[in-house]
Design a protein around this ligand. Structure first.
Ligand SMILES: [Mg+2]
Length: 214
C-alpha cells in the first residue's frame, strides 16, 4: 500500500505558504526587506555564495526569540491545506515523515509538533540566542547552502525508498539522494524545479494519493 518508506518535506512554501526569512525581514521594515531581497537576488545570480548570503541576511534581521515566536505562529496560520491529514495518513501507513528545511528550526517546531512530526525528524537551521533572547548567530550547517539538503540526507540514512517534496531549487538538489523528487506547486510554481521533477503535486491530498497507492 505504501510506495515509500520515507517522505521528506520542505517547509517554506510547501508545508506553509510563507518564506520565513522574508517574513522576518518584512517585520524589520522596508530598508531591511530591500537589503535582504538584494542579497537573495545576488545569490540567485551566482555573484555571492548562498551560505554567505544566508548568514548576512540573518545578521541584517537579527531575529530575537520574540520574532521566532511570531514566525512560528505565522507558519501555523499559513499551513498548507490538507497537510495535517496527509502527515497523519502517511504515518498511519508506516511512512516516516521528515522535514528538511533551510528555515529556522525554532520557528518550525511548533508547526511540526502540531502535525505530529517528532522533533528529531525536523532538520533545519539553528539560531543562537543569548539569555535575553537576542540574536547571536546561526549554527553553521549545510542547510544554509545551495546543495545542503542532499548532504544532510546522506547523513541521516533514512529508510528507502524516499520521496522528497518541495518547491525550490534546494529541494531539487536532493534528486541524486532520493528515489523520487516531486515539485510541490500548491503555493509557488517554479518552472526550473518542475522541469527537473519526476512528478508535480498541487496539493497534499495528491501527495497522499501518490505515496500510498499500490
Ligand atoms: Mg520551500
Amino acid at each position: 500500500m505504501r510506495r515509500y518508506a520515507t517522505v521528506v518535506l520542505d517547509a517554506d512554501s510547501t508545508l506553509s505558504a510563507i518564506e520565513g526569512i522574508d517574513w522576518l525581514a518584512a517585520r524589520r521594515g522596508e530598508e531591511v526587506q530591500r537589503s535582504v531581497e538584494a542579497l537573495t537576488a545576488q545569490a540567485m545570480d551566482g555573484h555571492v555564495a548562498l551560505d554567505q548570503v544566508y548568514t548576512r541576511r540573518l545578521a541584517l534581521i537579527e531575529p530575537t526569540s520574540l520574532d521566532l515566536h511570531a514566525l512560528a505562529h505565522a507558519y501555523i496560520d499559513t499551513l498548507a491545506p490538507g497537510a495535517a491529514d496527509a502527515v497523519a495518513a502517511l504515518q498511519a501507513a508506516g511512512v516516516a515523515v521528515h522535514v528538511v528545511s533551510g528555515g529556522l528550526r525554532a520557528a518550525l517546531l511548533p508547526m511540526t509538533r502540531s502535525l505530529g512530526i517528532a522533533d528529531d525528524h525536523v532538520h533545519a537551521v539553528e539560531v543562537e540566542l543569548d539569555d535575553d533572547g537576542r540574536f547571536i548567530g546561526v549554527v553553521p550547517t549545510p542547510l544554509a547552502t545551495q546543495r545542503g539538503k542532499p548532504v544532510v540526507l546522506d547523513h541521516l540514512f533514512l529508510a528507502r525508498p524516499i520521496l522528497a517534496v518541495g518547491d525550490g531549487s534546494t529541494d531539487a538538489a536532493m534528486i541524486p539522494a532520493v528515489e523520487t523528487f516531486a515539485a510541490y506547486i500548491g503555493f509557488v510554481r517554479r518552472d526550473a524545479v518542475v522541469a527537473r521533477a519526476a512528478l508535480v503535486l498541487d496539493s497534499f491530498s495528491a501527495l497522499v494519493a501518490h505515496a500510498l497507492s499500490a
